[in-house]
Design a binder for this molecule. Structure first.
Ligand code: NAD
Length: 485
């Protein structure tokens, strides 16, 4: 039995360093493993969103944060990282309880990443020195980068704190103040994290948190005239709505959206490694990952053996209580999502896909939004299940005859986030990297996030990149200064 923690069962937004009383529309916070309500969160209406933006704007104008000496800001970032690690188990437990992600998985993976996000930017701050300008005849010219101002940070429920913390660390590292809106269904760990930011000494108003649904709270935040940049991670349709809402205000948007990534296994692959990779690629994070390798493409020469092994291993995956350290995957995040994923599977079978394994809740789990790891053999790539993001533990499998065909199928998608290739042929791997239409190509490995490098998608998978260079451009304004000598 793991340690449990107290958490507020009624709570509101966090503005200007203060928790606001929970008033107005209350939204349920549910444990997806038990289907029971564990808390309620007050939805921030437009007036409260305006209050949060005003607090951020005030803090920005005061300049305490953006003009704080780098050494002091670094110290504060390191303190945030330290506090995160001190509260690692608590944060992981809250996240697991609220999302259904296995506790061990969040504790050992996502929460250390939260700390690393702040350590990364603490180190980076000392190197963030603009190169000197140039003397051009009678002029001296140089460029300064200034914080953009108030940043809106909107994030989803599949890795709530890990994703929000990347945005918070980046926005603050570049001297901005921010208003965060995490997913309304999974507010627990992000809310607790606000206390830690405060404890670390972040001045009031620098980071504020509002809660609520997208079309109400989120939309009010995006449209607020004092918000200068909007960093969004979530679904493609929402990204479109946000870009549309941000357009008239000419706000800068960064959109990190959905995926339908191909996972190509060639005949020359190390098949054991490819099998491990394919299983982790689709089933980790309860299958709810933007970069999931959800379309497995198999060379005909190895297809049958690979499929048999994949199905056998998928059946051995332990589905169950996320708080149990023996669990491999927990429930899906919420009831509506569970119903949607089941409908995708039903439709795929109606469209002619063959169910290889899974497709329903495991027999021993009659309560909770569970789904057994699922695989479907699809006759072709135009099936709706191959084109739409399912965002659950559901892999499609398709067979190809030659490498050209594999590349064609991989690219035959509106998405272009990630592509995986398993091959021991160097030329083939380089050719694949050249031809695949994806923001990230992974050869013989699964995803390892590294903020030094860009992460983001081609096509409908996004606009912008969450790597250090992309974030630097996104979170700052450039100013060219010319001095007549
Ligand atoms: P979602 O788009 O429904 O919601 C994401 C966030 O946006 C939530 O906080 C939501 O309340 C808010 N929102 C919704 N409508 C809004 C609106 N009109 N204006 C402002 N805010 C609004 O996504 P989700 O279902 O929470 O998350 C799953 C999706 O996120 C998947 O498509 C997944 O691929 C994507 N995702 C992408 C990445 C990436 O880095 N590319 C990472 C994780 C998840």
């Amino acid at each position: 039995m793991s340690t449990t923690y107290e958490f507020p069962t009624h709570f509101g937004s966090f503005i200007d360093g203060q928790w606001q009383p929970p008033v107005g529309t209350m939204l349920p916070v549910v444990n997806p493993a038990t289907e029971t309500q564990i808390a309620e969160v007050a939805e921030s209406d437009a007036a409260q969103v305006a209050q949060a933006v005003a607090a951020a704007r005030r803090a920005h104008a005061l300049g305490e944060w953006r003009h704080m000496p780098v050494a002091q800001r670094q110290k504060l970032f390191r303190r945030i990282a330290e506090l995160t690690l001190q509260h690692l188990h608590e944060l992981a437990w809250l996240e697991s309880l609220n999302t259904g992600l296995p506790l061990w998985y969040v504790r050992d993976g996502q929460m250390p990443r939260v700390a690393r996000n702040f350590e990364f930017f603490a180190d980076w701050m000392s190197q963030n020195v603009e190169k000197a300008g140039i003397q051009d005849g009678a002029y001296l010219r140089y460029v300064v980068r200034e914080p953009a101002g108030v940043a809106a940070l909107i994030s989803p429920w599949n890795a709530p704190l890990a994703l929000a913390s990347t945005k918070i660390a980046a926005a603050l590292a570049f001297g901005n103040c921010c208003v965060i809106k995490t997913a309304e269904t999974t507010p627990l760990a992000v809310s607790r994290f606000m206390d830690l930011l405060q404890e670390a000494g972040l001045p009031p108003g620098v980071a504020n948190l509002v809660h609520g649904r997208g079309h109400t709270t989120g939309d009010a935040l995006v449209r607020h005239p004092d918000v200068r940049v909007v960093s969004f991670t979530g679904g493609t349709e929402t990204g479109r709505a946000i870009a549309t809402a941000a357009g008239p205000g000419l706000k800068r948007v960064d959109l990190e959206l959905g995926g339908k990534s191909a996972n190509i296994v060639t005949a020359s692959a190390n098949l054991d490694a490819a099998l491990d990779g394919a299983l982790a690629g689709i089933f980790s994070n309860n299958g709810q990952q933007c970069f999931a390798g959800s379309r497995i493409l198999l060379d005909r020469r190895i297809a049958q053996n690979f499929m048999d092994a994949f199905v056998q291993r998928a059946r051995r995956i332990r589905v169950g209580d996320p708080l149990d350290d023996h669990t491999d995957i927990g429930p899906l995040a919420n009831a509506a999502h569970h119903a949607r994923v089941l409908e995708h599977v039903r439709q795929a079978v109606a469209d002619g896909a063959q169910l290889l394994t899974g497709g329903d809740r495991p027999a021993h789990l009659q309560r909770g939004y569970y789904l057994a790891p699922t695989a479907l053999l699809t006759p072709h790539n135009r099936l709706s299940i191959c084109q739409r993001e399912v965002f659950g533990p559901v892999a499609t499998v398709e067979v190809f005859d030659d490498f050209e065909e594999a590349i064609h199928i991989a690219n035959e998608s509106d998405f272009g986030l990630v592509a995986y290739v398993w091959t021991q042929d160097l030329a083939q791997s380089l050719l694949a990297a050249q031809r695949l239409e994806a923001g990230v190509v992974l050869t013989n490995t699964n995803m390892t996030l590294d903020t030094r490098f860009p992460f983001g998608g081609y096509k409908q998978s996004g606009v912008g990149r969450e790597g250090i260079d992309g974030m630097r451009h996104f979170y700052t304004e450039e100013k060219t200064v010319t001095v007549a000598l």
